[in-house]
Design a protein. Sequence first.
Length: 170
Amino acid sequence: MSKEETLTQQRLKELFHYNPETGLFLRLKTVASRAKKGDIAGCLRVQDGYLQIYIDYNSFLAHRLAFFYMLGFFPQEIDHINHIRNDNRWGNLRSANSTINGRNSSISKKNSSGVTGVNWDKTLNKWRARIKVDYKDKHLGFFDKLEDAIACRKSANKLYGFHENHGSPF
């Protein structure tokens, strides 16, 4: 049995109050010298920037607890709409799967054009636009002007249902 299967919504609400407007969890009980009633719960995970909260010796991600607190279930995945991993306001979270989550990802740190799916092709001396849909790369075209490649990619984003924040910085 997984840790998510052992936690009940009742137990979560016994221990914490979740404020959907701020995304913060407040402790309702003192459970340890470092976890006192009234404290804001959670600590930042250095490796990935998510907030984690300990409950009954188990670590949970705060955005997953927010869903469980509000709706009583843990979704397959959760998308932080604005790409800020510790912003757990209810309006910034949505249930997702890997496809939905991938269609709202931040721009890669390796990107050199400033736009996801647009890069300079050295052999043709043109801008290339492409998009990945259903795990397959789709070539959108080669362009003399960066602006044309960007417009093509933005059009493809709409056509294939990518979120308007897709490709924006962290």
